[in-house]
Design a protein around this ligand. Sequence first.
Ligand code: SAM
Length: 329
Amino acid sequence: MFVNKILLGDNLEILKTMENETVDLIYLDPPFFSNRNYETVWGDEGEIRSFQDRWDGGIDQYIAWLKERIEQMYRILKSTGSIFLHCDWHADAYIRVEILDKIFGRHNFRNHIIWKRTNTPKGSQFENKQFGIATDSIFFYSKTNKYFFDDKTIRTKISENQIEKKYPKSDAKGRYYEYPILRSPSKGKRPNLTYEYAGYTPPDYGWVVNKKKLEEIDNRGDLGWRNNGQPFRKFRPHEDPGVIVNNYWDDILRIQSNSKESIGYPTQKPEALLERIIKCASNEGDLVLDPFMGGGTTVAVADKLNRKWIGIDQSKQAVKVTKLRLAKH
Ligand SMILES: C[S@@+](CC[C@H](N)C(=O)[O-])C[C@H]1O[C@@H](n2cnc3c(N)ncnc32)[C@H](O)[C@@H]1O
């Protein structure tokens, strides 16, 4: 009943009214347990109320405050669903151990993503007694081990100079490397794959493909023969699966004040960050929830990527800004 809606209010109360196992993906970027001066974004009544709830008892209060909300998120997540929790050094260790491991289970921890949000951390231009802080943490947990994850969306294409190194040989059709076309002896005998082709009969562990497929490979110009008469497959750059993005994300810069997506407040997250998360952890038509919606980055990206979405925020200003943002794209 909340699908494609922006809801104003304390997320705890709203989450409690949502049905069990209905959401596919949750991204949350709760206010950090940080310095009072940095924590308020909108400065309006709703946000200040939430700010006081979190602050009165220090870190323990903050963890208790967040934990009861994450318990609700766990309940409404489908068994194939995942959660991505964005935080920083102020509380990340507590959040992982005291909340996520306890609610989701350590065995459902998938990644600690390190987002390098800046090259010039605050204070780096001055003398300092500690290292500059350039990163945030994003914890990725699944509800079960049968979670949805589309790894095709997180592969980067091989670059031109990598192609030369990885595909050192070439023929009239282009570059390639030699890839086995015979099965490994360790896999045992396969009489049905041990057929004669072009005058060559392999040992009794056979070819890796059946005769029809082998003919196709040959007709495409991708079957090669070494001088000693051994066949091999020519593996070409267009078949390259690419490289999986790892957990260190240094290719997405934070929003600059002059960037096109900027709506002008410091904790706004870049659309590219949400795009990566939403694409790998949900399908078109799935339901994406952001219970700390802020300026609506998650819901805007979910909408563009044809996902259903729900956004919750306690601040009237956040709701207003997000509605405007959605109306614009
Ligand atoms: C760090 S901002 C989120 C920024 C967002 N990721 C973006 O890119 O625009 C955190 C938001 O959580 C909201 N918030 C804080 N406590 C809340 C609560 N109890 N219920 C709902 N929203 C809350 C604040 O009003 C603020 O907009």
